[in-house]
Design a protein around this ligand. Structure first.
Ligand code: HEC
Length: 117
């Protein structure tokens, strides 16, 4: 017991230092965190987690939703579908993503290529 107490006491300064470091504002940001929509997004990652369970293989194949790779739809249609979804088919993401993020998703869809090999 005694020894355990001693170890705890000894490590206190280290703990305090750690806490100080982890509470320092990172990247020189102001105290309020940036709105989520302003954060950089990894579209591939986002697509896999948010859209992938309906648009299979990163959008390369049909799932519950249609294949998106090589879509003949224009940007307006895609933008509109992502923002407003479709009743009973696809949820709306207009409140989830900023316009800029939706543009990035459109670019991601346009850049889709079949897997090699
Ligand atoms: C719950 C399943 C589901 C999820 C999640 C989903 N979708 Fe869809 N999506 C669909 C269905 C179903 C359709 C076909 C709607 C229709 O009948 O026109 C569709 C259609 C689309 C279309 C139009 C394709 C076309 O040719 O008509 C795009 C673009 C699209 N989805 C993008 C996305 C993106 C981007 C995400 C993630 C942010 C996403 N979807 C998430 C089910 C889903």
């Amino acid at each position: 017991m005694r020894l355990a107490w001693k170890i705890t006491t000894l490590s206190m300064p280290a703990l305090a230092a750690l806490l100080t470091i982890s509470t320092l504002p990172s990247r020189g940001q102001q105290s309020t965190p940036p709105a989520p929509e302003n954060e950089q997004i990894d579209v591939g990652q986002l697509f896999a987690t948010t859209c992938g369970w309906c648009h299979s293989d990163g959008g390369r194949a049909a799932g519950k939703g249609p294949q998106l790779m090589d879509t003949k739809r224009d940007d307006d249609f895609i933008r509109n579908r992502i923002k407003h979804g479709k009743e009973g088919a696809m949820p709306a993401f207009g409140a989830t993503f900023s316009d800029a993020q939706i543009e990035e998703i459109i670019r991601y869809i346009r850049a889709l290529k079949p897997h090699e090999g």
